[in-house]
Design a protein around this ligand. Sequence first.
Ligand SMILES: NC(=O)c1ccc[n+]([C@@H]2O[C@H](COP(=O)([O-])OP(=O)(O)OC[C@H]3O[C@@H](n4cnc5c(N)ncnc54)[C@H](OP(=O)(O)O)[C@@H]3O)[C@@H](O)[C@H]2O)c1
Length: 292
Amino acid sequence: MNTTALGKSELQVSRLGVGAMTWGDPAGLARLNPAKLAYGSAHGFAEERQAVEVSLAAGVTLFDTAAMYSAGASERRLGELARDKPVVLATKFPPNPLSRAEHLPQALDASLARLGRRSVDLYQHHFPSRRIPIPQLMELMADAVEAGKVRAVGVSNYSAEQMRMAHAMLARRGIPLASNQVEYSLLHRQPEVNGVLEACRELGITLIAYQPLASGALSGKYGPGVRPSGLRRWLPYFRGNGLQALVPVVRLLREIGEPYGKSPAQVALRWLIEHEWVLPIPGANAVIRRQA
Ligand SMILES: NC(=O)c1ccc[n+]([C@@H]2O[C@H](COP(=O)([O-])OP(=O)(O)OC[C@H]3O[C@@H](n4cnc5c(N)ncnc54)[C@H](OP(=O)(O)O)[C@@H]3O)[C@@H](O)[C@H]2O)c1
């Protein structure tokens, strides 16, 4: 697995990451979080440990989580599994939708405690909100970098305009904006037309592609008559015309991959990796390991 710098930061990452959104064992109401409801119940510690080991053995070192995933349970699990391993940890602020920018220092310390680390490799702003002004947040991000608690700064779900603002604010402090994590897959091509991919290329910012397999729709497992379990089955990809529309896409992915012994999912991920500035983070689970 090749490595590359994340944007113009000093952080070296693999060209493919792993999304740990559904990992960990949440308690209480956190069990009802949208990701768990969408994808089904927890994989469990042993499976997630194996996913980390298999990934590292294949040279995949970047793992993505967020303070908001299962109210911190995903961070806690990833921290536990990554201990003493060469794992590059990416997490996100804020811990809940009501947080304000000034909560960042406290939230960062809480994430570090859950991850069991002195610094976060990549600290990302999860999504823009009126409660969190970008200039104020980027000043706090820069403070965290200077304090040695954050190695690289990223954003997520930012428009091209918001990215440019964050980039400019950080540049004043001599810090690069390393990444913007947005939805991007063969079935979701918005970054190509909304200016985000172009701004990434122009400014040297990595586009971290989330849901790179369109929530599993590009895996080849689903089609008319075969829908996933969990609330995910109600996504447009997995019902009515959406399922029908998957048929030619998956057929083509198979045709492309078969001569090389590659699965539709591998071809779909490779298509993203072929873009110089794009780094996909598929969500891993046990089924993937069995196929690997
Ligand atoms: N920043 C944000 O706002 C945001 C939002 C959403 C997600 N994310 C990040 O993106 C990551 C990935 O997103 P996601 O899990 O929702 O979508 P995804 O990666 O597009 O889809 C995950 C699903 O794809 C299937 N899959 C994955 N690898 C496969 C392989 N090698 N072969 C066959 N099937 C494979 C599995 O489906 P089955 O379960 O059907 O086997 C898995 O559950 C998350 O973990 C999170 O870190 C970020």
